[in-house]
Design a binder for this molecule. Structure first.
Ligand code: UD1
Length: 420
């Protein structure tokens, strides 16, 4: 088994370059199978979710070839299957994007119900209602969703809440629906815009991505095309918070600072000194961190995927802070692990309350999910002594060269293998 070992209390200093966004990359890979030719997708992060997506695409007969570590050439024109490999879908949420992409382009799909981080109930009813509104038949049996349509027809689709996955999935299917589709109460996350930009580059006609109403005019086919995945705001936020917790001095580079506004605002409120330029943010930690309130929300609100990392930082702040989780039912599973490192944190329903001024002390903990793993590493970075983090497969799904990037900032962090 592999573990990450962190010897804490090293102040992070230097520059870190952010990789392509995981949540964009996985959706763009799925969308690429709807293209009518070769796509060259650049700035793909080298993470397990991307590896699994590519393996699943290859199993469907899609030609995939890495031209370098972060660039993939995809050609789906000789696809042989419209079924996503069940074993590869187990740990991953993004397999659901093949529903929209396959249904749109090939009018049929068989996709296992998605896996991914356990954050409470994660239904896909909005996705299926959207596909049904476009004219598809959706059947759930034997752990698979089977989709089929003779043709798709544009429709007005209202989402009960602005789900990222449903917005992207319905958008992908609607690209090939006859006439106009409107998605109302759509998610506005940067990766929704990224996927729309990619599809538009291939000839789709999508307008309004990034607003609450997305308008899609159906087209009969797409071409190939080249595209660069946008930088990962969650990875960037993770390093910003790590800089703050160690009282460090870190420039987070190759990002879109606008995407970080909610994080920047909260770190400033806590007392960090933050400056930004065209594609970077500089975070200078403060000796005294002030308490604050965090409420997760859909974009441009504070991202739920940075909630565990931010709650960890708030444990160090002076006084009581609160963290309210508004997106997922059950995103505080990491709290019991954080307590093993000394956090004084109490969960009451959707809210976690931190007592503050915590001195973390190293212990052995398990990453209960992807962002929980990042939070535990952040705690380890400022903890006294050695923190050992297990269950790394969660982390490897979403962070590229995590230890290497932290080491380049001066952290004492390494990966070890241990016989159990
Ligand atoms: C995506 C991201 C995930 C992020 C989340 C919120 C990917 C692969 N994952 O997950 O990292 O944390 O957005 O930013 O991009 N809901 C329903 N029915 C549905 C769909 C969603 O009730 O059909 C609910 C969910 O239970 C949840 C909320 O809507 O409470 C948000 O979910 P959604 O935005 O869809 O998240 P995911 O696409 O699963």
């Amino acid at each position: 088994m592999e573990y990450i070992v962190v010897n804490g209390q090293k102040v992070l200093k230097g520059r870190v370059s952010i990789s392509g966004a995981k949540n964009s990359a996985v959706a763009i890979l799925a969308a690429s199978i709807a293209s009518g030719g070769t796509c060259l997708i650049d700035n793909l992060p080298q993470i397990e979710d991307v590896t699994s997506m590519v393996a699943a695409m290859q199993a469907m007969g899609v030609k995939c070839e890495f031209t370098d570590t972060n660039t993939l050439r995809v050609n789906p024109t000789e696809m042989t299957s419209y079924t996503f490999d069940e074993r590869l879908a187990k740990n991953m949420r993004a397999s659901y994007y093949f529903m929209g992409a396959l249904l749109g382009r090939y009018k049929q799909a068989e996709i296992p119900l998605p896996g991914g981080c356990d954050l409470g109930a994660r239904p896909i009813d909005y996705h299926l209602k959207g596909f049904t509104a476009l004219g598809a038949k959706c059947i759930q049996e034997h752990g698979f969703v089977k989709l089929q349509a003779d043709k798709l027809k544009g429709a007005n689709i209202y989402l009960d809440s602005p789900s990222v996955g449903a917005t992207i999935n319905i958008m992908m299917a609607a690209v090939f629906a006859e006439g106009v589709t409107l998605i109302e109460n759509a998610a506005k996350e940067p990766h929704v815009v990224d996927v729309a930009n990619f599809l538009n580059k291939l000839g789709a006609k999508i307008g309004g991505a990034g607003t609450a109403t997305i308008r899609i005019l159906g087209v009969p086919k797409l071409t190939g095309g080249d595209y660069t995945v946008l930088p990962d705001p969650i990875e960037a936020g993770t390093y910003m918070i790590a800089a703050a917790i160690t009282g460090g001095d870190v420039t987070v580079e190759n990002i879109i600072p606008k995407h970080m506004d909610s994080v920047t605002a909260k770190l400033k409120e806590m007392g960090c000194n933050i400056t930004e330029g065209g594609d970077w943010i500089h975070v200078c930690g403060s000796e005294v961190l002030r308490s604050c309130e965090i409420k997760t929300a859909f974009y441009p609100g504070f991202p739920t995927d940075l909630q565990p990392q931010m709650a960890t930082l708030l444990c160090k702040a002076q006084g009581t802070s609160t963290v309210t989780e508004n997106v997922f039912d059950s995103r505080f599973r990491y709290v019991s692990e954080l307590k093993r490192l000394g956090a004084q944190i109490k969960v009451e329903g959707r809210m976690a309350v931190t007592k503050g001024s915590c001195v973390f002390t190293g212990a052995e903990v398990a990453a209960t999910d992807l962002r929980a793993g990042a939070a535990l590493i952040i705690a380890g970075l400022c903890a006294k002594g050695e923190t050992v983090i297990g269950e790394l497969y969660h982390l490897d799904r979403g962070y590229e060269r995590f230890e290497e990037k932290f080491r380049s900032l001066g952290a004492d962090i390494k990966r070890i293998k241990r016989d159990e």
